[in-house]
Design a protein around this ligand. Structure first.
Ligand SMILES: NC(=O)c1ccc[n+]([C@@H]2O[C@H](COP(=O)([O-])OP(=O)(O)OC[C@H]3O[C@@H](n4cnc5c(N)ncnc54)[C@H](OP(=O)(O)O)[C@@H]3O)[C@@H](O)[C@H]2O)c1
Length: 269
């Protein structure tokens, strides 16, 4: 990764108040760049100790699930910066519940945050990104690669985002814009206490079992993807690759494994 890549760049990070977005912000603040940080709790974002003296930070309070709030954020950014080099399209929520137990409101809220908000933001900021032949790096999930049991709303919202951004990538093929989707594995963040349960209450779940990435490890991968225009669909490890390949080679076998590994907690009693 070229370290001086970030000097004088204008970078937008959504979901910079927690987890992966916060780690990205802390990693990038050491460079003399301009950071635009979006979140509902933007006002609570503190300056990191290691911030470069020339780094400029803008805090933008924005609820991605509210189109008026997203429109206000776009207008604010358009007035404040003259270009955008990288948009880290990172904010998101999870939603846990079986297909038929998730309320329709949860499906709608999950799509509002993970799909409609990001799409509206990307559309609004596109002219500023095209000016620099910039990069849109989306924090996605392996659950977008196949509909995962207990995650119908989450999987669907993220894979819908994949499809829309793939369309954008093709439509802007000659513009020099980079559009990449990074399918992150389990990572230690607040995701399982910030998302929604089937009835729309705030989720309260223990961290996923097994190996987990740190937010800072994921931030480093996202930062290197931002420097690579050829990056399209990025998976981190074998489980990501496995889903990617098995979808085509043996979906029946893949579904059996997903049923065994992930459905247990969601079976009707
Ligand atoms: N952690 C994992 O295991 C994992 C795995 C795969 C993919 N991911 C993806 O990683 C991304 C970041 O999540 P995280 O793991 O870092 O979880 P997190 O710690 O809960 O952070 C989520 C971030 O998204 C923001 N956000 C949520 N709803 C929002 C809304 N309506 N409007 C604006 N911002 C909103 C939150 O900010 P406010 O609450 O201040 O608004 C927060 O900064 C998500 O897209 C998630 O799907 C995570």
């Amino acid at each position: 990764m070229k370290k001086d890549f970030w000097n004088d760049r204008v970078v937008v990070i959504t979901g910079a108040s927690s987890g992966i977005g916060k780690a990205l912000y802390e990693e990038l603040a050491i460079f003399p760049c301009e950071l635009v940080l979006l979140a509902r709790r933007a006002a609570e974002i503190e300056e990191p100790k290691n911030k470069h003296e020339r780094t400029i930070i803008h805090l933008v309070t924005c609820d991605l699930s509210d189109s008026t709030s997203v429109m206000d954020a776009i207008e604010w950014i358009q007035k404040k910066v003259t270009k955008i080099d990288v948009l880290f399209n990172n904010a998101g929520i999870t939603a846990h519940g079986r297909f038929d137990s998730l309320s329709m409101d949860v499906y709608r809220k999950t799509f509002a945050t993970n799909f409609f908000g990001p799409i509206q933001l990307v559309r609004g900021l596109l002219p500023l990104l095209l000016l620099t032949k910039g990069n849109i790096v989306t924090t996605s999930t392996v659950s977008a690669l196949y509909g995962v049991p207990g995650r119908a709303a989450y999987s669907a919202s993220k894979s819908a985002l994949h499809a829309a951004l793939e369309s954008l990538r093709i439509e802007t093929l000659e513009s020099g814009l980079g559009v990449s989707l990074v399918c992150v594995p389990y990572t230690d963040t607040a995701l399982r206490t910030s998302g929604l349960d089937a009835s729309g209450e705030i989720l309260s779940e223990a961290p996923a079992k097994g190996k987990r990435k740190t937010a800072s490890e994921v931030a480093h991968v996202l930062m290197s993807v931002a420097q690579n225009k050829e990056a399209r669909l990025v998976t981190f490890n074998l489980s990501g690759k496995f889903l990617e390949w098995m979808r085509f080679f043996s979906p029946k076998f893949l579904e059996k494994i997903l049923y065994k590994k992930l459905y247990e907690d969601f079976k009707p009693h």
